[in-house]
Design a protein around this ligand. Structure first.
Ligand code: RP5
Length: 161
């Protein structure tokens, strides 16, 4: 079976944000694929990706887009594979447009929406890993260790800059 996580994004310009998800998955040893799939510019690619997602063995799709960010919602309409949406920060409206485009899905076709920007993308990677870890004890152990290391890295007291 192939990779279980698909990272998709509306544009090359989204990659600098979405690679935060890829970095987390690398750290956790989770294989993924990354593709540019635009709801508006490559709708046929979106349709094919969604139509084949289950048969290709994908178990989570992380979808990032900015502005009129229809990609996560359209993907959720096309496949039952869980979609985690990442609102990419935009210049004009700071990503609030992306957030609103992704988060307000109608009943029946959910998108698990993360925070705007890099933190949201990293959390999407962690969320995907958490979902896969439900059925993968080795990954569960790596994720627990990752979380413990993050906690241990936070100092008890603030330091002067
Ligand atoms: C959206 O339009 C993409 O997800 C991207 O965030 C935004 C701008 O795309 P580019 O004009 O930079 O290609 O579809």
């Amino acid at each position: 079976m192939g990779v279980k996580v698909g990272i998709i994004m509306g544009s090359q310009s989204d990659w600098s944000t979405m690679k935060e998800a890829a970095t987390v998955l690398d750290e956790l040893g989770v294989a993924y694929e990354s593709r540019i799939v635009s709801a508006h510019r490559t709708p046929d690619r979106l349709w094919d990706y969604g139509k084949t997602a289950v048969d290709r063995g994908l178990q989570v799709i992380i979808a990032g887009a900015g502005g009129a960010a229809h990609l996560p919602g359209m993907m959720a309409s096309k496949t039952r594979v869980p979609v985690i949406g990442v609102p990419v920060q935009t210049r004009a409206l700071s990503g609030v447009d992306s957030l609103y485009s992704i988060v307000q899905m109608p009943k029946g076709f959910p998108v698990a929406t993360m925070a705007i920007g890099a933190a949201g993308a990293a959390n999407a990677g962690l969320m995907a890993a958490g979902i896969l870890a439900l059925n993968d004890p080795d990954l569960a152990q790596r994720l627990d260790a990752w979380r413990a290391a993050l906690s241990a890295s936070i100092p008890q007291e603030p330091q002067d800059d």
